[in-house]
Write a protein of this length. Structure first.
Ligand code: CS2
Ligand code: MG
Length: 402
């Protein structure tokens, strides 16, 4: 079998997605997600200008060799753009391989280790009461695990309290929106939030929270301790994780489970965190971590160290990434949970899919391949629209972590 063509599509059905489509001389095609929120055209150009010419004529079944050709062969290894581009190709090749084998991708990985995939979704509110009600609404939709976020008095915009659709964000000039942050105002508010959620909804519902990289290790330790009575499923992205050592101090102070990794793009970003069991869940996801070839290595490495998977699944990775994640989730012996923040009907119109949601669980479906397709005609109706993730500053103007 040979690759005859590779096309890269950038479409914007409510937010931008980058899709790779690989064509073969046997008529099989595969699709992959290469979306990099706020830098979509960088990933698309990397693919079109530097990757596609090298792959025409190669055997698409040689996904391992092609992965290393693109990783080692680039010389300039790692990084979000490179790894999202590799992910798009790799996911498409696994799609083709599973189609050629006439089976769903999870069967190719080793079969199902469970009958369904526990997922979690988002609930938020500017006021605690609103967030408590939003958790109740999600519970009525069948979710067994819910991430709760809340506005902070005195701060106009706070991560996770927007309209929740994560559509394209930019200011009126089409540039990054600027938000304001205060950890001092944030820290006392979050235990209040979870005290009221537990009081309203009991102890059974799994609760999660995302600090979105904004704390120092000792602040994260404080928050983890303060949240212990509410038995969170996990506290996510407490501190920026370039310094993996930073988690050692948090670990020493709290038993609240820790999750990190949605921004990681190779196993090297989390090797120490996993080896030293400084975290409980690894959030690496197909599109940012280099595709199924790389993600299953991270999953297996995590499994050696009591670390479970918690793939990132916000709406800024396409339904293709979610679909591929679900196959890895169904297979992985150390599966933990899958994020599913949902997609609009407009987004789903571009990505016909076999995955399903029922009563708080998902399943990738039994379609051959990863079970997600790309409707080129529908995509053409939604041209790319430049957008950015927000930028965050402290109240004194210091550029901070968003
Ligand atoms: C968030 C993401 O879902 C999450 O855990 O951290 O929604 C994140 O804000 C976006 O993926 C950034 O593009
Ligand atoms: Mg997050």
């Amino acid at each position: 079998m040979k690759i005859t063509d590779i096309k890269v599509f950038v479409t914007c059905p409510g937010r931008n997605f980058v899709t790779v489509k690989v064509y073969t001389d046997e008529g099989l095609t595969g699709v992959g997600d290469a979306t990099l929120n706020g830098r979509e055209l960088a990933a698309a150009a990397y693919l079109e200008e530097h990757v596609v010419p090298c792959l025409i004529g190669r055997d698409p079944r040689m996904s391992e060799d092609i992965w290393h050709y693109l990783y080692r062969g680039a010389y300039w290894r790692r990084g979000p753009v490179t790894m999202a581009a590799i992910a798009g190709i790799d996911t498409a090749l696994w799609d083709i391989k599973a189609k050629a084998a006439n089976m769903p991708l999870y069967q190719l990985l080793g079969g199902a280790s469970r009958t369904k995939v526990l997922c979690y979704t988002h609930a938020q509110g500017r006021e605690i009461g609103e967030a408590v009600d939003a958790v109740g609404e999600r519970m009525s939709q069948g979710y067994k695990a819910i991430r709760a976020q809340v506005g902070i008095p005195g701060l106009p915009d706070v991560y996770g309290t927007g309209d929740g659709t994560l559509t394209n964000t930019a200011d009126d000039a089409g540039l990054p929106k600027e938000e304001v942050w205060s950890t001092t105002k944030y820290l006392p508010r979050i235990p209040q939030l979870f005290e009221e959620i537990r009081a309203a909804h009991g102890d059974e519902i799994h609760l999660l929270h995302d600090a979105h990289h904004r704390l120092t290790p000792i602040e994260a330790a404080r928050l983890g301790k303060d949240l212990e009575p509410f038995r969170l499923f996990w506290l996510e992205d407490t501190v920026p994780a370039e310094n993996q050592d930073g988690f050692r101090l948090i670990r020493q102070h709290t038993t609240t489970p820790l999750a990190v990794g949605e921004v990681f793009n190779t196993i090297w970003d989390c090797k120490q965190l996993i080896e030293e069991q400084l975290i409980d869940y690894i959030r690496a996801t197909c599109v940012h971590a280099g595709g199924p070839t790389a993600l299953r290595r991270i999953m297996d490495f995590a499994g050696l160290h009591h670390v479970r998977t918690g793939c990132h699944g916000a709406a800024d990775m396409s339904p293709i990434c979610l679909g591929a994640n679900l196959h890895l989730d169904l297979w992985a012996p150390n599966f933990g949970i899958q994020e599913y923040s949902g997609y609009s009907e407009e987004m789903l119109s571009v990505f016909p899919h076999a995955w399903s949601f029922e009563d708080g669980y998902m399943h990738p479906g039994e379609a051959v391949g990863h079970g997600v397709d790309f409707d080129e005609e529908a995509a053409a109706k939604h041209p790319y629209k430049r957008a950015y993730l927000p930028v965050n500053r402290l109240e004194d103007g210091t550029l901070w972590h968003w």
